[in-house]
Design a protein around this ligand. Structure first.
Ligand SMILES: [Zn+2]
Length: 175
């Protein structure tokens, strides 16, 4: 059991695009995922992305209910609904700074759980939606210091393209 060091801005890994975990590599990540969970509990954040602990992989974790921590590997937001809202956000990698970020309130996110099973999550609470979007931003090298322009570059990859990325992962898994 380990508590990992949080990478602080502007370390380059926070500005890079993380790499997808191959389905046959999920087994190998179990210890790392446990360490991520311990780190989140220790630091008291709402979510954590692998690049924040110096691992360039598409793994995020977030608090789902009060005590549960959900793991999402290769997460993709496949749909959004309704109006966007602005909320004040902080980040473990950027201490003492809070910024208003406009995000979707209602999202559907798909990916794989820590056992490598496909999962689809529709968060009931807005805060969970925001945290998931914040953590996925980290996988794309985006932080709360970036403006909407950079964030939108990745938003365009929703819908068809996002779904294709997800499907290609599934095909890989079952081939
Ligand atoms: Zn963050």
């Amino acid at each position: 059991m380990a508590i990992l060091d949080i990478v602080k801005y502007p370390k380059p890994i926070l500005l890079e695009i993380a790499i997808r975990v191959q389905p046959d590599g999920i087994e190998k990540e179990q210890q790392f995922i446990r360490d991520m969970m311990n780190t989140l509990l220790d630091k008291g954040g709402l979510g954590l992305a692998a690049p924040q602990v110096n691992m360039k992989k598409r793994i995020i974790i977030f608090r789902y209910d009060k005590s549960d921590i959900q793991v999402l590997i290769n997460p993709v937001i496949t749909s959004t609904k309704g109006k966007m809202v602005s909320e004040r956000e902080g980040c473990l990698s950027i201490p003492n700074i809070r910024r208003n970020i406009k995000r979707d309130r209602v999202i559907v996110v798909e990916g794989f759980d820590r056992a490598g099973n496909y999962i689809k999550i529709k968060p009931k609470k807005n805060i969970t939606s925001f945290v998931i979007q914040h953590e996925i931003d980290h996988l794309n090298g985006i932080t709360i210091l970036d403006g909407p322009k950079k964030r939108n570059l990745f938003k365009q990859k929703k819908g068809k393209e996002a779904r294709w990325n997800l499907i290609s992962t599934i095909i890989y898994k079952f081939n």
